[in-house]
Design a protein around this ligand. Structure first.
Ligand code: OOG
Ligand code: NI
Length: 462
């Protein structure tokens, strides 16, 4: 029997990400406006900065820019989480990183499903930030039990999706028609349902425990709660939101604007109020739910452990100054001031071991490879123009920013407090797998590129 031709997992991910984007555009029309705004800002930014365009062209990122986005969902049980892991695996997406958001008053812990290899990231870096509700953080035992019973009754996957996941696992892939069926079936899990699965009183009780708990427990499935395109100038995009009818969040999360962007900066437009029907209601006239929004992000270079520690320290400084009251300079100014301590040239970031880079031989380096000492100092080779060092893009998330995004979109201002209790092992048991260490992935990518440069120099010189 001839081996069936499988569609690559990269291609399935691209089809899925496109289908998800189309669905969300219909569900939340403002998301369409956001996509248009970001496309305009990106075109202007690339036109104004030929240097950025050239860099993105060299690294292959220019091509992925228009398809690039992330989404987020929240699930209720270990079973749901582990099946999602299998579903995302069909699209080449693996769990990366562990985020404990209980520290920030959100009763979940999370990971991001995303491609991990250099080639898969370039093909389409689609990511889904996925949170698991921590029912143990509901204080009232009766309510906790009720939430758990409600969750136990639902099945968030269609039988077709489950069949096709199994087929992909058994056969090692999916053919073209199956891949399309899989995309459609998988999409059902992320669809919005205006019919709640509970009566109004139950919704209210769960909403009081935490607005996020109601969002996870009271619906048929983990509706996609936002999709986020990547912008090259988040300040311009933020400024452009009101003119296009979007109610922008007050501050951009993450590091300040810099010459060399680091990590991730994010902002969003506030969640919409959507009509919902409770099981004891005839229509949607007495139900509304606020959870779904739009977000944009600007990505910069990934940081080493040392760089990340400096980032966390400076951010903590700025946030603690917030309590100084009205005399404190405004947040953006304080952020700018604190981050003066974070070097802002790629040469300094590299030399101080703060960020990760991908090394390649330049055209000149290739031409002169035969005469270059393969063990020469990399910085010296860069200075001579023989080696390029391109920033490795940060592909992950930031817990403090994520908490800010959660908070600004749940509506209401009450701030809950939970004990900080990272529980990565509990999370991994629920997931049925270990999460990748994101910093190790960047370190590997950098090391591989260095080894390739050395090999190219040695190979020709030998
Ligand atoms: C996820 C919030 C985190 C981000 O970009 O940091 C996130 C959620 O609201 O479910 O998407
Ligand atoms: Ni997000």
């Amino acid at each position: 029997q001839p081996t069936p031709a499988f569609v690559s997992s990269n291609e399935i991910r691209t089809r899925f990400s496109r289908a998800m984007s189309e669905m969300y555009r219909k569900e939340v029309p403002q998301y369409g406006s956001l996509i248009e705004l970001v496309a305009d800002v990106n075109a202007q930014t690339l036109q104004a900065s030929p240097e950025l365009r050239a860099q993105m062209e060299r690294t292959g990122e220019l091509e992925r820019l228009d398809v690039e986005r992330h989404g987020a969902i929240r699930v209720g049980t270990p079973q749901e989480l582990s099946t999602l892991r299998r579903l995302f695996a069909v699209m080449g997406m693996e769990p990366v990183g562990y985020y404990d958001l209980s520290v920030a008053g959100v009763p979940v812990h999370s990971t991001a499903f995303r491609p991990v290899s250099d080639a898969a990231l370039l093909a389409n870096p689609f990511r889904v930030f996925t949170s698991l509700l921590r029912l143990e953080l509901i204080a009232d035992p009766a309510l906790r039990q009720q939430a758990s019973d409600i969750l136990a009754r639902r099945n968030i996957f269609t039988s077709e999706a489950l069949t096709l996941i199994e087929r992909a696992e058994t056969d090692g892939g999916l053919g073209d028609a199956d891949a399309n069926r899989f995309v459609q079936a998988a999409l059902e899990t992320f669809r919005w349902h205006s019919d709640a699965t509970v009566d109004a009183a139950t919704y209210d009780a769960l909403q009081k425990a935490h607005r996020l708990i109601a969002d996870v427990v009271c619906f048929k499935g983990p509706h996609i709660n936002h999709l986020t395109p990547r912008t090259l100038d988040i300040d311009a995009a933020q400024d452009g939101m009101p003119a296009r009818g979007m109610d922008a969040k007050d501050v951009v999360e993450g590091p300040p604007r810099r010459a060399c962007p680091i990590l991730l900066r994010q902002t969003s437009f506030k969640a919409l109020k959507e009509a919902i029907r409770f099981t004891d209601a005839a229509d949607t006239s007495n139900g509304a739910h606020t959870a779904r929004f739009g977000e944009i992000e600007q990505r910069g270079v990934a940081l080493t452990h040392k760089g990340r520690a400096l980032y966390d320290e400076l951010l903590a400084q700025v946030r603690s100054m917030g309590s100084a009251g009205s005399a404190a300079p405004d947040y953006t100014t304080r952020l700018q001031q604190a981050f003066v301590q974070f070097p802002d040239t790629h040469t300094a970031l590299r030399k101080q071991g703060l960020a990760f880079y991908r090394y390649t031989l330049s055209a000149q380096g290739q031409a002169q490879a035969a005469s270059v000492d393969a063990s020469a100092d990399l910085e010296a080779l860069i200075a001579q123009g023989l080696v390029h060092a391109e920033p490795i893009t940060y592909e992950d998330f930031l817990p403090v920013s994520a908490a800010g995004i959660f908070q600004s979109n749940l509506g209401g201002d009450e701030q809950k407090h939970y004990q900080a209790n990272a529980a990565q092992q509990v999370f991994e048991t629920a997931l049925g797998a270990q999460v990748h260490d994101e910093i190790a992935l960047y370190a590997d990518a950098q090391a591989r590129s260095m080894a390739a440069v050395r090999a190219a120099l040695a190979g020709v010189a030998a």
